[in-house]
Every structure is written in structure tokens, then in C-alpha cells.
Design a protein around this ligand. Structure first.
Ligand code: HEM
Length: 467
């Protein structure tokens, strides 16, 4: 641990040194990372090769990657088959990501998954959102104060880092009743170090992604994961802000203390926090960063968001009722996740013989649901490359079911999806009312698609404060 702290320099010292269990690195054979090799073709848009494969070889493609059979699906009806109709025959796949997620809910299946999810579900009920909104707003205000300084100096900055800090602050304040007891820039760099190293290892082209940190080694990844493991204990150890009783953290503590659920022990609690601090922050942060990019390229959309905010909540701060009325801003978030779905593909392992679209599926096959492909298919989305928030304004009527999967589908769909829409709609509305972000990077921005769809080298911005 000491070596890890040293490697991270001063920032490392801000992390509590209360390490639980540090897990070994994941597998280089992980399909998550192997898929990157499949998507080489256009290095700025790794999805293109996969889209071309789907166009050429049809909706169900079985390929062998090394000694592993991978079945690649692109049709909504097949997504439904795997996620809903035969959900119990397709289990979750997390090899390679275990150090990041531990044995948290997202990695489990069956009865154990249910025992872990059930006690936490109430924290994500829409009735709770009104309670969370004041804490989301606190975090947004902190971000606006910082942006005001950045606007004054006129310096450029990396947007995903900014939105990631915001997303982590919102989760910590609203769901855990705590201020972040860690430096988010540094902690999330740890996770990225790990996923980059695993990807390079899987495709054996360490230097290919030089711009993403080609110098990082497996040793760095192991240290990064040690730091990551120290974050949840730091959250538990931090003093609560208000000692609120209805928080996710309280629900987790209650179930740990409940002898009727022995599976949910202290280590499970630590892993649940890891899951929220990554699955619940990176995805939200990417969505907001991409939305800021898209609105900076479409100033009429940014103006419409400003006007909507002015009409709906004017000079006061938005409430839960206002969130419902921010229909256009919400549509921008939905359209952003269609164009740039943070989770571009869902992976499952088949446990039984099956047939999908006339093709055999065997137990052990890795099944990839190519959500990005469906989101960009003109069969379901006219002119799919166009940014058109208006397509969401009439609700979802007329849309083909399962052609839009930003939060997955069926019983394993995202527990925090609806909440993230509240976070991002409010953040986008408030940030754009006060600032005019200007995108300074390459056009269009390149992105990589390992586990998440991430802008390559980030999204560089400068902002101006509106008078
Ligand atoms: C834009 C934001 C988000 C996106 C795009 C997103 C996406 C997803 C997707 C696609 C899944 C399903 C993965 C699969 O089926 O393999 C998922 C699951 C999950 N997400 Fe999210 N998510 C977001 C925000 C959040 C937030 C805010 C939280 C919590 C604070 C969260 C917590 C989880 C958890 C715990 C699961 C696992 C659920 C289970 O296995 O039962 N996510 N998310």
C-alpha cells in the first residue's frame, strides 16, 4: 500500500489507508477487453467495424476470439429474448472487471442477486428523488463556483473529469449523506489505469493507445486497484453530513446488521460501494460530458434549454416538480445516450443450449448485445447520426421496443437509471443557464469502447460565464 501511495504522490495521501482486501488483477482473456481488438478498423470510432460486421453478416454473428465463442446480437427482439424472455438462462459476465466491482450486486445472479438488490431498491424509488434533489443542487452549486473561476481565467479543462467529480459528489451527498472523502480525479484515474492496462494486455498492443497512457504497466494497475479498494472504507469512516435516516448507506448498514441475510456481510457492503462509485458515476459523467459537447455544437439546443429553465424555475432553484417540466432538457439527455450510450454493449454468458435467429447458442458462449448498433440503426432511428432531441418530445410511442438500451433491460436493468436522468437534467439545465461551454477538441471527437464509450483523450473545453 505504501508503494501505491508513493506512486500517486501527494494526492495518494488523501486516501484513507484502511485497506480491506486487495484483489488480484483480472483476466487478460476477458471478453470486455478482447472486443477492443475486434473494433480496430477506425481508431476514432471503434463501433464502425462492429456495425459493418452486423450489416454484412446479419443480426446474429458467432465468432471465435482465441478459444472463446462469442455470439454478437444487434436486433431488439434478440435483446428482449436474452434480457427478458430467457433472462435466467443468460448470466452476468464480469471477468476482468472483478477487481473494480468485487462481488457486488451487478456481478451476481439468481437468488443471491435478489437478496442483494432487494434491500437497496427502495433508495432508487422515484419517491426518493425529491429528497435527493437539494443534495444534487449542492453539488451542482459547488461545480458552478469552480466553473466561475475557470471562466475568469479562461483556461481550458477536460470535461469528463469535471462531470465525473460532479457525479461522484452528487452520489456521496445524496445517497451516502457524506462529502467525498477522496480526490475523485485521482481515484477515477486508478480505475482507468486498470481498464487501460487490461485492454492493452488483452489485445497485446500496449503502445497502440499511447495517448491514453501507454507507459502504464501491470504493476501500476495493481497499485491502482489497491487504492480503489481503500475508497469505500474511507466513505464509511467519514462523518455523516446530517445523519439522515433514509439514505442508501443506512439501508446497506441495516442489511449488514440483519442476521437473516448472512450473505450481505461487511465485505459485501464495501463492494456495493465500489459498484456505486464506478457504475453510478462514470456513466452519469460521460452522459453529461457528451451532452455538453452536443449542445456546444448545437447552440440552438443550448438556447432552448436556457429558455426552458427560465420559464420553468426562473430565478429560484429547481424542484422535483420542475424536473418533470424540463421536457426538452430531458430529451437532450435521452438523445445524448442514444448517440453516445455509455454502456455500448451488454455481455452475458449462456448457461443452456438455445437458438437465436436460427443460430445455435451453446452453454459458455459469451453473448454480446450491441446496444450502440441498435441506437444507430436507421431502421429504428431515422437519420441516426443526427442530434435531434425533438424525437423524444412525443414520448416513446412509435419507438421499437428494446431499440434503446442505455440502461439495459429486463430485471437486470440499471437500478439508478431514472435517478441519473434527474441528476443530469438538472445539472445540464443549471450549468447552461449560467455558462456557455466551448468545445476545443478535434471534430468529431474520437472515442474508445472498452467497457464504456469514452472520448479519446477526453473532451477539452473552455467556458464563458453568461451575464
Ligand atoms: C447515465 C447513467 C447510467 C447508465 C448509462 C447506466 C447503465 C447501466 C446499464 C446498461 C446497466 C445494466 C448492465 C447489464 O445489464 O449488463 C446498469 C446496471 C446497474 N447500474 Fe447503471 N447506469 C447509469 C447510472 C447509474 C447510477 C446513477 C447508479 C447508482 C447510483 C447505477 C447503478 C447500477 C447498478 C447497481 C446496476 C446493476 C443492477 C443489477 O445488476 O441488478 N447506474 N447500469
Amino acid at each position: 500500500m505504501e508503494a501505491a501511495i508513493e506512486w500517486l504522490g501527494d494526492e495518494g495521501m488523501t486516501i484513507q489507508q484502511n485497506l480491506g482486501h486487495t484483489q488480484g488483477l483480472g483476466e487478460a482473456n476477458s471478453i470486455w477487453f478482447k472486443l477492443s481488438a475486434l473494433s480496430k478498423g477506425n481508431p476514432d470510432n471503434p463501433m464502425q467495424t462492429l456495425q459493418m460486421m452486423a450489416d454484412r453478416y446479419g443480426p446474429v454473428i458467432a465468432v471465435n476470439i482465441a478459444d472463446q465463442r462469442v455470439v454478437f446480437l444487434t436486433e431488439p427482439e434478440h435483446f428482449k429474448h436474452v434480457l427478458v424472455t430467457k433472462a435466467d438462462d443468460y448470466i452476468k459476465y464480469f471477468d476482468g472487471l472483478k477487481p473494480v466491482f468485487g462481488k457486488s450486486m451487478i456481478t451476481n445472479d439468481g437468488v443471491l442477486w435478489q437478496k442483494i438488490r432487494m434491500p437497496q431498491q427502495p433508495a432508487f424509488h422515484p419517491d426518493m428523488f425529491a429528497e435527493y434533489i437539494p443534495y444534487f443542487l449542492q453539488a451542482i452549486r459547488t461545480k458552478m463556483d469552480l466553473w466561475s473561476k475557470l471562466a475568469e481565467t479562461g483556461e481550458s479543462f477536460e470535461m469528463v473529469e469535471q462531470t465525473w467529480t460532479l457525479a461522484a459528489d452528487m452520489i456521496c451527498k445524496a445517497l451516502f449523506d457524506r462529502d467525498m472523502p477522496f480526490n475523485p480525479h485521482f481515484v477515477f484515474k486508478c480505475v482507468k489505469t486498470y481498464t487501460d492496462v487490461m485492454e492493452h494486455k488483452a489485445i497485446r498492443m500496449r503502445v497502440l493507445h499511447g495517448e491514453d497512457g501507454g507507459n502504464i504497466t501491470e504493476e501500476n494497475a495493481a497499485k491502482a486497484m489497491e487504492i480503489w479498494a481503500s475508497v469505500p472504507p474511507a466513505v464509511f469512516a467519514q462523518n455523516p453530513n446530517e445523519d439522515r435516516q433514509r439514505t442508501l448507506l443506512k439501508m446497506i448498514e441495516a442489511v449488514v446488521a440483519d442476521p437473516s441475510v448472512p450473505e450481505f456481510d461487511a465485505e459485501q457492503a464495501i463492494d456495493e460501494l465500489k459498484q456505486y462509485l464506478w457504475a453510478g458515476t462514470e456513466t452519469t459523467a460521460l452522459t453529461l460530458a457528451w451532452a455538453l459537447y452536443l449542445t456546444s455544437k448545437n447552440p440552438e439546443a443550448a438556447d432552448r434549454i436556457r429558455k426552458e429553465g427560465e420559464t420553468v424555475y426562473g430565478d429560484r432553484e429547481p424542484t422535483a416538480a420542475d424536473y418533470s417540466a424540463l421536457a426538452y432538457t430531458r430529451a437532450v439527455i435521452q438523445e445524448t445516450m442514444r448517440i453516445y450510450p455509455p454502456i455500448w454493449g451488454l455481455i452475458r454468458v449462456a448457461t443452456k443450449d438455445d437458438v437465436i435467429g436460427g443460430k445455435e447458442v451453446k452453454p459458455g458462449d459469451r453473448v454480446v448485445l450491441f446496444a450502440y448498433g441498435a441506437h444507430h440503426n436507421p431502421k429504428f432511428w431515422p437519420e441516426p447520426e443526427e442530434f435531434r432531441p425533438e424525437r423524444w418530445m412525443g414520448g416513446t410511442k412509435g419507438q421499437v421496443k428494446y431499440s434503446y438500451l442505455p440502461f439495459g433491460g429486463g430485471k437486470r436493468s440499471c437500478i439508478g437509471g431514472a435517478m441519473s436522468q434527474v441528476e443530469n437534467t438538472l445539472a445540464l439545465s443549471m450549468l447552461l443557464r449560467r455558462f456557455r461551454p466551448e468545445y476545443l477538441g478535434k471534430e468529431p471527437p474520437g472515442f474508445s469502447g472498452t467497457v464504456t464509450l469514452t472520448p479519446k483523450g477526453g473532451l477539452k473545453f473552455r467556458i464563458r460565464e453568461l451575464s
